[in-house]
Design a protein around this ligand. Structure first.
Ligand code: MLT
Length: 312
């Protein structure tokens, strides 16, 4: 095979459309973030970025597809904290997480909200805790599969309440939200990017946020921590990756484009309306995402091992 002469290759990059794989179903929080930044990155790069939703196995199918793609800069992956947790949850992943990708940069860090169907009985989070402890084994928790952010938050919730819930996996929390709105499931822990509209519309009930501080978006919503779930904190950072072997010049070009997108005031406004904010220019760089992924794999490994929750 001809070796890619990086300088020549990178000079003309990108020369054709780029595929951005989102490892969850369309209409969910990961897809929302991806489409927000892809649109602006397309403008900067002068090439269309086409979002491809590849759901399944908590995001690991989509990630695996990108790990195997040509390292030519025309396939990128937008994924979140699940990249770190799946490295422990899945003991026979198709790819060796820390060595399967190159890094472009961090995109945003999204808060989560513990929500329920709109006619769920408890009227506040303390009542929610008591009710779930009393009825847990007959209540359903919707998530996007083992390795999803909603799975991680659900796992922390079941651990904190010492109550197993019946989990119902979907290819994304977009589809999961449809069933929650229909009352088919009881509880979900999902990102503000996917719950803000429904909470404001009263079509689901919100009980608590999973951030250290309350959100400006929902000042009346308590944090899980202040409601007695000490240390219950999980926010969903997102990053963009390319397959191992993608030339550094290409990753740098993509990072510059990501930084431009995140500096766009329309992107910042859209993110603020959904309870989140763009990563800084420094964080939207390869080294920051590499460091984040490595530290998060180390952070969540003992938590997952203590829970004894694995995908196989
Ligand atoms: C998750 O729970 O990981 C995400 O909400 C999945 C999605 O973007 O649908």
């Amino acid at each position: 095979a001809t070796m890619l002469t990086a300088p020549a290759f990178a000079q003309d990059y990108p020369e054709r459309q780029i595929t951005m794989v989102v490892p969850f179903a369309a209409g969910g929080p990961t897809d929302t973030v991806a489409r927000l930044v892809a649109e602006k990155m397309s403008g900067d790069l002068g090439q269309q970025i086409v979002v491809e939703n590849v759901g399944g196995a908590g995001g690991t199918l989509g990630a695996g597809q990108v790990a195997k793609a040509d390292p030519d800069g025309y396939t990128v992956l937008l994924h979140h904290i699940g990249m770190a947790t799946a490295a422990t949850l899945y003991r026979n992943l198709a790819y060796d997480t820390p060595n399967a990708f190159e890094y472009v940069g961090l995109v945003t860090e999204v808060p989560m909200v513990i929500v329920a169907r709109k006619d769920f009985e408890p009227t506040d989070f303390k009542g929610f805790i008591d009710y779930v402890k009393a009825n847990g084994d007959s209540l359903t928790l919707a998530n996007a599969g083992i390795g999803a952010a909603s799975h991680l938050c659900g796992m922390l919730l079941m651990q904190a309440l010492e109550t197993p819930l019946v989990t119902v996996p979907y290819k994304g929390t977009g589809p999961a939200m449809t069933d929650l709105l229909g009352g088919q499931t009881d509880i979900m822990c999902d990102q503000t990017t996917n719950t803000t509209q429904q909470i404001k519309g009263g079509t689901i009930k919100a009980y608590a946020v999973t951030t250290p501080e309350r959100l400006d978006l929902f000042p009346d919503l308590p944090t899980a921590e202040e409601s007695g779930l000490a240390g219950f904190e999980v926010s969903i950072w997102h990053g963009i990756y390319t397959p191992k072997g993608t030339p550094a010049e290409v990753n740098e070009r993509l990072s510059k484009s990501l930084q431009t997108a995140l500096a766009d005031e329309g992107v910042a406004k859209a993110m603020a309306d959904l309870g989140t904010a763009p990563s800084s220019a420094e964080d939207a760089m390869p080294a920051a995402l590499k460091a984040k992924l490595e530290s998060e794999i180390a952070r969540w490994k003992p938590v997952i091992e203590a829970a004894g929750v694995y995908a196989d």
